[in-house]
Design a protein. Structure first.
Length: 188
């Protein structure tokens, strides 16, 4: 019996060291060597100041910035996640209608103008940093007017900021809102 307990404790200690210490250290070192920027959160700095992460959405308000998609977690990273409201939920229906009305109103669109789904429905994580090029295009006139730029200048920035699907076929084209807004801030 004592032999079995001793043997079990040795195995516990061995596997604790392997899976709890050695494996995480090896994976962390490999990630830092092969993928340093993503492993560190793809942090974005301007003038030596941290302004955000290209992997996490943040709220932009006002007419002079592009807006990200709605967030069920109000863009907080700790309680990130979906709202758990189902498709038949009255609260979900109300949220969608409110998001739709706010987007149309904020961008001076007609009350029946089509709006891309990513500007109406919150993302699953609540922290999706990207919007569709169509959603960015609908905001171009508002942002251009607020910044005193031409719509063509703003659309050119959208085109420059549009990323192709991963590997050319995974997903849809997308625009990172933080990087687009930083490009706007750099425009004279």
């Amino acid at each position: 019996m004592i032999k079995l307990i001793t043997q079990s404790l040795r195995h516990l200690l061995l596997w604790t060291v392997i899976t709890g210490l050695a494996y995480p250290v090896v994976i962390t070192v490999l990630a830092q060597l092969a993928f340093a920027k993503p492993a560190n959160g793809t942090l974005v700095e301007r003038n030596g100041k941290l302004v955000g992460s290209a992997r996490l959405a943040q709220q932009f308000q006002g007419t002079n910035y592009f807006w990200p998609r709605p967030s069920a977690a109000t863009y907080a990273t700790v309680p990130s996640g979906a709202s758990n409201l189902g498709p038949t939920s009255g609260a979900q229906y109300t949220n969608v209608l409110n998001n739709l009305a706010a987007f149309r109103s904020g961008n001076n669109l007609a009350t029946n103008a089509p709006v891309p789904a990513d500007m109406v429905y919150a993302s699953g994580s609540g922290l999706d940093p990207d919007i569709s090029p169509a959603a960015a295009d609908l905001q171009a006139a508002r942002v251009a007017a607020a910044r005193g730029l031409s719509v063509d200048q703003v659309r050119s920035l959208i085109a420059q900021s549009t990323q192709a699907p991963q590997l050319g076929f995974l997903g849809e084209p997308r625009v990172n809102v933080l990087l687009l807004n930083l490009a706007l801030d750099s425009t004279k």
